[in-house]
Design a protein. Structure first.
Length: 83
């Protein structure tokens, strides 16, 4: 089972702050993906910042997305959101 992404915020240096359905906030580094396939388009910082939540994961306008399991497992914990 995977956790859905509920919020995404682009950060400097091709990182994303992700809030998951369990309220965990993690940082995902996109840099390792920037030299492969359609991910190369994300090198344009303006385009990179156009990321949004789509269904249970994140997506850019060119339909590039990442699996929510990958996002969760390869992210580093930042903080727990207080409700």
């Amino acid at each position: 089972m995977y956790l859905s992404v509920k919020k995404v915020k682009p950060l400097a240096d091709y990182k994303l702050e992700l809030t998951f359905e369990n309220k965990e906030v993690k940082i995902f580094d996109v840099k390792p993906y920037l030299d492969t396939g359609l991910f190369k388009t994300l090198k344009d910082e303006k385009f990179f910042k156009m990321v949004k939540v789509s269904y249970d994961t994140i997506e850019w306008p060119n339909r590039v997305d990442l699996d929510p399991e990958v996002l969760y497992e390869k992210s580093k914990v930042r903080k727990k959101e207080t409700v």
